[in-house]
Design a protein around this ligand. Structure first.
Ligand code: C2E
Ligand code: CA
Ligand code: CA
Length: 329
């Protein structure tokens, strides 16, 4: 492998070749020659996933996982039509306004007819890998804007925004902005009450389209938050080059914040960075009073986490809000 990786000259130009090798062993893995080739092929794809330039052995467990993914993919295709998705909401609370609920993040839930509840961390990855994520994200956007329009009407002048997660593939669709604007029009959701959550990765590829979409969102007063801030790329240049409105401090920095000096330093720096760039900042995954005090004392006042509320169906969120009309279901 190291021999092949060496650059070589061809007609005066330098070339590089990388290798990815999959290995399946006869007769331990299988006795059938065709299956042996299939297994080796699968192991080779795993080697490529691992960054190329390495070798991997066939693994029965990984095969089971791959088959599970294939089954999920088939089931996901039917999930929208069969009404298996639900949209839950997790409130965001402003400690400076007496713990008032000032917004909510829409979080998708899938009730699989046979397997029961499947967490988004599992099925979102599958949906992203097969492209179904665009349809799923669009279903979420439509549902969130329908619910949001109703809530905003009931809350009238009070400040409240609904945050919707947007995957990178969806954000880069050429008709993304048209779709968002059309959804706002159809549902009556005020644009200034919608926040789109994107991850740092969205701003690292196809910069031209990312910049264009962010500009258009700003023109229409739609806010953008950087989700899981600090976990993706260390480049901060995009904060200078792109217009975003808020940063969400990732839950992983809060888990041990009471005792971990590095986490404390990172959280302080993110809050400081947000303040200097005039961005809002939200702390995610606050579960205890201690964690709340850690972020509050550093200057972050908007909190999302189990300490205040877990994700729950719309009716539960409504109980946390001072709604003006009494006709909630
Ligand atoms: P995320 O956007 O970072 O969402 C926050 C996740 O942290 C949610 O998990 C939420 O339930 C969880 N969480 C919030 N507070 C706490 C806390 O105090 N403690 C702990 N332990 N967890 C907390 P969830 O709902 O399982 O979603 C996981 C991820 O799936 C999301 O992470 C997001 O990346 C993705 N996702 C969820 N819904 C959608 C969606 O509609 N579209 C897309 N594209 N992705 C989604
Ligand atoms: Ca999010
Ligand atoms: Ca997050």
């Amino acid at each position: 492998m190291s021999q092949i990786a060496k650059p070589f000259s061809f007609y005066g130009r330098e070339f590089f070749v990388s290798t990815s090798i999959g290995i399946s062993i006869w007769p331990d893995d299988t006795e059938q020659p065709e299956n042996l080739i299939k297994n080796a092929d699968q192991a080779m794809y795993h080697a490529k996933d691992q960054g190329r330039g390495n070798f991997q052995y066939y693994s029965r467990e990984r095969n089971v996982e791959a088959l599970y993914h294939m089954r999920l993919e088939g089931d996901l295709r039917r999930a929208i039509e069969h009404n298996e998705f639900e949209l839950w909401y997790q409130g965001q609370f402003d400690v400076l306004q007496g713990d008032k609920c000032i917004g909510a993040e829409a979080l998708l839930r899938w009730r699989h007819p046979q397997d029961g509840f499947i967490p988004p961390d599992v099925f979102i990855k599958v949906a992203e890998s097969c492209g179904l994520i665009v349809d799923i994200d669009r279903w979420v956007m439509q549902r969130a804007c329908t619910d949001g329009a109703r809530l905003c009407q009931q809350l009238q002048e009070q400040n409240f925004s609904i945050s919707v997660n947007v995957s990178a593939v969806h954000f880069r669709q050429p008709d993304f902005i048209d779709f968002v604007l059309q959804t706002l029009r159809q549902t009556g959701m005020p644009p200034q009450r919608l926040t789109l959550e994107i991850t740092e990765g969205v701003l690292m590829k196809e910069l031209h389209i990312a910049r264009q979409h962010l500009q258009q969102l700003r023109q229409h007063q739609i806010d953008v938050a950087i989700d899981d801030f600090g976990t993706g790329y260390s480049s901060l240049a995009y904060l200078r080059n792109f217009q975003v409105n808020s940063l969400k401090i990732d839950r992983s920095f809060l888990t041990d914040i009471a005792t971990n000096n590095a986490d404390q330093a990172i959280v302080s720096s993110i809050i400081e960075l947000a303040r200097n760039l005039k961005l809002s900042v939200v702390a995610e995954g606050v579960e205890s009073k201690e964690q709340l005090e850690q972020v509050f004392s550093r200057g972050c006042y908007v909190i999302q986490g189990y300490y205040f509320a877990k994700p729950a169906p719309l009716a539960i969120l409504e109980q946390q809000l001072p709604l003006l009309s009494a006709d909630n279901p």
